[in-house]
Design a protein around this ligand. Structure first.
Ligand code: CMX
Length: 434
């Protein structure tokens, strides 16, 4: 058994009595009340999910296993010759709550390497899809196509004990995570580079190998590591994480669950916002006849977008009430690597222009930029101008967090999810409306 799996098992054994005790002795303790606006309005703020992988404070932003983004990046072992940590080591942290030693990181990186062979039928399926399929549709299809590989299904059919469900789920998760970079890079090269596929390099770590298969030189490897880490998890109520958790709660395996996660991420109010930012900016650019707009002109476009009943992509958040630290981490990368890039300056102008306008409009509870406002700029700078593809990168990252959550859901025996619905007439009756 690998050190990661052994450590995970020890943690699970240690953790289970805490969940059992809460349920048995404190199950009736209230976490809050649900209002009519929460029942109609997307359950905003309802405290009804549990995860220990990450926590999102509205004013501080995300913490992964208790660590802020700068702490996470500083503490994890770095890939030799790189500024960024191993994504594999980050997954170790998400899963166990511990910073891995160099030896543990090397072992988990090797394990990812040993599992990364993508079945040939996946490539055939992708090749057979219509050329104008969206990359997220292709990613989702590739993942669900691999469902027949599920170790969980095999063990379930053999009658495995409920207490052991986490084990084959772990196997499925590692197999899938190890393969996602190649699937993602294949989609990119098939769709946008005339099908000239670059074979994986078995010596490279996850981020390095992804950059290699995309055909983009340094520091794109570090950017990929940063990108996958930043997008991995945002506690469990966001659409993609919740979709993954919900589907897996029916004991659907990792492949079904992560495909569902990808489908949720593909919405423009969620992960697709990163492509929408670039699409919107390009529209503005074209309207200006290929000139970068001035601050005043930018303000006009923001108002035009709002007045036509659309949202400003990359701004606002359901939980955050400050600038997203994931945005700031990417901005720092831009300041270090592409400070004079015109598109970066253009997006930076939005940071100045949009928040006061959203405040003036008085609707958005959070006028500040989120993770998606900055990510496309960096990709564009390194030659990835096909912005339809950007959410695939988000999806590869998000799978790390959702897989870690699903393994723990199984370990702690979280049941099938089934909240209760009421009718509008019932709400009216409860509200005292005649
Ligand atoms: N531009 C214009 N209006 C916005 C806005 C924005 N960026 N953000 C919020 N609003 C509006 C909402 O549409 C809503 O309007 P209505 O009352 O007419 O329905 C009102 O402000 C209140 O919304 P809210 O409570 O502040 O925000 P929600 O929790 O409902 O929604 C989010 C959150 C992210 C969907 C929303 O801010 C938005 O649409 N942002 C733009 C899309 C985006 O960047 N999404 C990516 C988020 C990060 C991620 O998940 O990847």
């Amino acid at each position: 058994m690998s050190q990661l799996k052994k450590k995970l098992f020890e943690k699970i054994e240690e953790w289970r009595p805490r969940t059992t005790r809460l349920l048995k002795d404190y199950g009736d303790v209230k976490l809050g009340d649900v209002t009519i606006s929460q029942a109609i309005g997307g359950m905003r703020g309802v405290k009804c999910l549990t995860t220990d992988i990450s926590y999102l404070d509205p004013f501080e932003g995300i913490r992964f296993r208790g660590l802020t983004i700068p702490e996470t990046l500083a503490k994890l072992p770095k890939v030799p010759g790189s500024e960024m940590p191993y994504v594999e080591g980050f997954f170790f942290l998400l899963l166990t709550g511990d910073i891995p030693t160099d030896e543990e990181v090397n072992e988990v990186a090797e394990e990812f390497n040993n599992r990364k062979k993508v079945p040939a039928y996946v490539f055939n399926i992708l090749r057979a899809m219509p050329a104008d399929s969206h990359p997220m549709t292709m990613l989702s299809a590739a993942i669900v196509a691999m469902q027949k590989e599920s170790v969980f299904v095999e063990k379930y059919n053999e009658g495995i004990n409920k207490m052991d469900y986490w084990d084959p789920t772990y196997e499925d998760a590692l197999n899938l995570l190890a393969r996602l970079p190649e699937v993602g890079a294949f989609i990119y090269r098939l769709k946008y580079k005339g099908g000239e596929i670059i074979a994986p390099d078995p010596k490279l770590d996850m981020g390095g190998n992804f950059a290699h298969m995309m055909g983009i030189g340094k520091p794109y490897d570090d950017l990929s590591r940063l990108y996958f880490i930043l997008h991995s998890d945002h506690e469990s109520g966001n659409v993609s994480a919740h979709a993954g958790h919900l589907v897996s709660s029916a004991l659907s395996d990792i492949y079904y669950s992560i495909s569902a996660m990808v489908n949720g991420l593909a919405g423009p109010l969620h992960g697709l916002a990163n492509q929408e930012v670039l699409r919107w900016l390009q529209e503005v650019y074209e309207k200006k006849g290929g000139k970068i707009p001035t601050e005043e002109e930018m303000k006009e476009f923001v108002w035009e977008t709002l007045n036509s009943g659309q949202v400003i992509p990359g701004f606002g958040h359901a939980v955050l009430r400050k600038t997203d630290p994931r945005y700031m981490a990417q901005r720092e990368f831009c300041l270090q690597h592409l400070p004079n890039d015109p598109l970066f300056k253009y997006v930076d102008l939005l940071y100045k222009v949009v928040p006061p306008i959203l405040v003036e409009q008085g609707k958005a509870k959070n006028p500040w930029p989120n993770v998606d406002a900055q990510s496309g700029v960096i990709q564009w700078y390194y030659g990835l101008t096909e912005y339809d593809y950007y959410t695939v990168l988000f999806g590869i990252g998000r799978a790390l967090g959702v897989c870690a959550n699903i393994i723990w859901d199984r370990a702690l025996g979280y049941p099938i999810e089934r909240p209760k619905s009421l009718t509008t007439a019932m709400l009216e009756e409860i509200a005292g409306i005649k």
